[in-house]
Design a protein around this ligand. Structure first.
Ligand code: ATP
Ligand code: MG
Length: 400
């Protein structure tokens, strides 16, 4: 049994935390209480071993998520000792530095899951490390207790390590699994704190993105009103979800969703001159309300000034306002995502939302039947393309 001494007992919880989850938090809390620790310091590693993955979070983001997750536990603290260093960090150096900062009487307990104990001999200067600090090795689903016990015996006999084995509740949660779930739009609720889940969602973490996604996200953030920027982000989220359901490239859908309102805030004379510059068909509805051409104008600007060349993406942006009779599934997804994204709140939106996830055409027709009376009330004209699109959908539904 590890003997208490007169200093403080401090647990060290190192990890990549990409992202932090309930497996980590449960482990730290169980060890804290069963070993009567005064504090557990979470130390996110500086350089994630899997950092070459395109969908790993930045170290600052991993740090931020740990900060959010530990805030509700007064015994949990967070250290940036590894994060603030560039390049690879090693536990031996971290422990040496920590020991120099803490009181001589403080006792450190390095908390690790079974997988880390099994790999201990691959750590830098592990022979010195195990003499400097006591380890608490916890069970983890996927790793046999017996194998862990044998390993601990070997480490103790060979290197004089002090490793206490602790059985903690089995939570088969891993960061790798969470990252995969996010990328494939599976739920991660109840696997990690809600604040961390929101952070992941808001920062578009762990998804594979179109190569220019973050560049345009930044442009939109600085050029659009806050409300429209949020709407663009939500349209991107919704488009990605629909794309995965309807077998459309989620990267294109998310990117087109993000950029669909690129030109929405261009007004008056400027809009009118762009309509002429891009040779846009001047339907009476456009003459009456030039701004409705913002989809076509956005596609024109993105192609000419920003070198966006993917015609599927450009078409989806082009036709998102008034539609077109030749819309691809990607274009339909953007059209409908714009209408149903979660911040949209109008009478009947729930019904369209429900249809959208089953049948895109049906959702478009539903929306059309809802908005026609509104347009008539306001004496607004319907663009010719919209009428053609709806006719096309109804005709094909009749044929099937
Ligand atoms: P990844 O899948 O990216 O390797 P991870 O879920 O293993 O992530 P790490 O940040 O690598 O998380 O883990 C930090 C520490 O927490 C390690 O010592 C690990 O063994 C332990 N740990 C992580 N998840 C659990 C869990 N579900 N149960 C027990 N221990 C865990
Ligand atoms: Mg791991």
């Amino acid at each position: 049994m590890i003997q208490p001494n007169k200093g403080r007992k401090i647990g060290i919880m190192g990890g990549t935390f990409d992202p932090i989850h309930y497996g980590h938090l449960m482990l730290a809390e169980q060890i804290r209480t069963s070993f009567h620790l005064d504090e557990v310091i979470f130390i996110p590693v500086g350089k994630a071993p899997h950092k070459t993955l395109s969908n790993a979070a930045q170290k600052e983001q991993r740090f931020e998520m740990v900060k959010l997750a530990v805030a509700s536990n007064p015994y949990f603290t967070l250290s940036d000792i590894e994060i603030k260093q560039s390049g690879t960090t090693y536990t031996i150096d971290t422990i040496t530095e920590l020991q120099s900062q803490l009181s001589k009487d403080d006792e450190l307990f390095f908390i690790t899951g079974a997988d880390a104990i099994l790999l201990l001999e691959s750590w830098k200067d592990y022979q010195t490390l195990v003499k400097k600090v006591k380890f608490i090795g916890a069970t983890r689903p996927g790793y046999e207790k017996k194998v862990l016990e044998d390993k601990i015996r070997v480490l103790e006999a060979k290197f004089g390590a002090q490793i206490e084995l602790s059985v903690v509740p089995a939570l088969a949660i891993s960061s790798t699994d969470i990252r995969e779930r996010v990328d494939t739009e599976k739920s991660i609720k109840y696997l990690l704190p809600e604040v961390v889940e929101s952070y992941i969602h808001e920062n578009f973490l762990y998804k594979k993105h179109h190569e220019r996604f973050f560049e345009f996200k930044q442009i939109l953030e600085s050029t659009l009103s806050k409300k429209r920027y949020m709407h663009s982000l939500e349209t991107a989220h919704t488009a990605r979800k629909l794309a995965l359901i309807f077998n459309v490239d989620p990267l294109k859908a998310e990117f087109a969703g993000l950029c669909h309102d690129f030109a929405k805030e261009i007004k008056g004379k400027k809009m009118q001159s762009l309509i002429i510059d891009f040779g846009i068909y001047q339907d009476p509805s456009i003459i009456a309300t030039p701004n409705i051409a913002h989809g076509e104008v956005a596609a024109g600007i993105l192609k000419k000034e920003y070198g966006v060349m993917d015609e599927d993406i450009l078409d989806a942006i082009r036709w998102h306002t008034y539609g077109n009779k030749e819309m691809s599934d990607l274009s339909k997804i953007i059209y409908i995502s714009d209408i149903i994204e979660p911040t949209r709140d109008f009478e009947g939106v729930e019904e369209i939302r429900k249809y959208a996830f089953m049948d895109l055409d049906l959702a478009i027709v539903k929306f059309f039947s809802q908005c026609t009376p509104h347009l008539e009330d306001k004496h607004l004209k319907m663009h010719r393309y919209t009428t053609e699109m709806v006719k096309q959908i109804l005709d094909s539904q009749e044929r099937n």
